[in-house]
Design a binder for this molecule. Structure first.
Ligand SMILES: Nc1ncnc2c1ncn2[C@@H]1O[C@H](COP(=O)(O)OP(=O)(O)OP(=O)(O)O)[C@@H](O)[C@H]1O
Ligand code: SF4
Ligand SMILES: [Mg+2]
Length: 329
């Protein structure tokens, strides 16, 4: 009898709401995502689609006052949203690592880089200079003695990657880890990050705007829109034959994919900022394929061409079957 290994990460139908003095922003609106051990998943979508919120949620790192009125998050079978604080801290320490969108802001301004690396590694013996050399930092002994304000954004990102990977985490959440790097260093750091992840069996969630990078490094892609994962499948399949109209529009608007001499398409309108339970499909006002049902009926997940799609009128294949029933709202 074969026993199936449970996925390392399960995010199931999560709603997340930020509360500011003046309003509520529903950043996740029933987001679901599963990742197996050692899987590499690129999470893409326009600004504000909920990528960072999804990443922070996984480590229960959202700002205080943020609410999750619905859904569950399991890491290695542990229900992250229900754990007492000491168990969450242990989970982060032992199994999770983050490379944040703003690495300088995430470093302690009062501690030298070397001291921060040592603290992050705790009792794990490591050659700190060698760790920095791995991420192509020249003169690492000198950098170890510097404070965060004395290094550039690009160098801080490389320090954050070194710090995260040195602990051989089960799950790495990397939020635009190479955005501040020039293209050659970006490629080197990504190669290193994904090579180390493969060696250590680390699952990677890479939150990114870089579709080309995701195509190179991630086996799976999850496309987010309006706080939901609207298409999720093998990167090769999704990028070569998108089924959700939003994925198609996102690809058509990617400058890196544009053919020379052709005009780059843009996605008309603006992404939604949700404040409560929306009706229907929130992409409807911008969607060329929208039908009469779209503004009124919320799309449930269904399997289309081997991937999960949230759309009433997916493109491409005529054969569609329901994937799973969406929770009652
Ligand atoms: N701390 C916060 N307080 C209030 N609203 C927030 C906060 N953080 C994010 N939001 C809002 O939540 C929504 C989702 O934001 P999020 O940062 O998760 O998107 P993103 O996909 O990571 O965007 P980007 O690509 O710009 O990083 C947006 O409408 C954003 O303005
Ligand atoms: S459900 Fe309708 S509006 Fe939404 S993406 Fe699909 S076709 Fe477009
Ligand atoms: Mg973000």
């Amino acid at each position: 009898m074969t026993v199936e290994t449970p996925p390392l990460l399960v995010i199931d139908d999560v709603v997340t709401e930020y509360r500011t003095a003046t309003r509520v922003v529903r950043a996740l609106d029933g987001a679901s995502l599963t990742a197996g051990r050692g899987e590499t998943v690129g999470i893409v979508g326009e600004s504000g689609s909920g990528k960072s919120t999804l990443g922070l949620l996984t480590g229960r790192l959202l700002p205080s006052g943020t609410r999750c009125p619905r859904g569950r998050v399991l890491v290695d079978g542990e229900s992250v949203l229900d754990l007492p604080p000491d168990r969450v801290a242990r989970l982060r320490r032992e199994r999770l690592a983050f490379v944040p969108q703003d690495p300088i802001g995430a470093l302690d301004p009062t501690l030298r880089i070397g001291r921060q690396l040592r603290l992050a590694l705790r009792d794990t013996p490591a050659d700190l200079a060698a760790l920095l050399e791995q991420v192509r930092i020249r003169d690492p002994e000198h950098v170890l003695r510097l404070y965060p304000h004395q290094i550039s954004g690009g160098m801080a990102q490389r320090v954050a990657v070194a710090m995260a990977m040195a602990r051989k985490p089960a799950l790495l959440i990397a939020d635009e880890p190479t955005a501040a790097l020039d293209s050659q260093v970006r490629e080197e750091v990504l190669r290193l990050l994904f090579t180390l992840a493969a060696e250590n069996g680390t699952t990677v969630l890479w939150l990114s705007h870089d579709l080309g990078g995701v195509a190179r490094w991630c086996a799976r892609i999850a496309v987010m829109y309006g706080g939901r994962v609207v298409e999720d499948g093998s990167t090769a399949d999704v990028l070569s034959a998108p089924q959700h109209p939003y994925t198609g529009a996102l690809l058509a608007a990617d400058p890196a994919r544009a053919k020379g001499g052709t005009r780059l398409l843009t996605i008309g309108g603006t992404p939604p900022v949700l404040t409560d339970d929306p009706q229907g499909c929130v992409f409807a006002p911008r969607c060329d394929s929208a039908g009469d049902d779209c503004p009124a009926v919320r799309p449930a997940p269904r399997t289309v061409a081997g991937r999960t799609v949230l759309c009433h009128h997916p493109g491409g294949t005529p054969e569609t079957v329901p994937a799973r029933k969406e929770s009652a709202r």
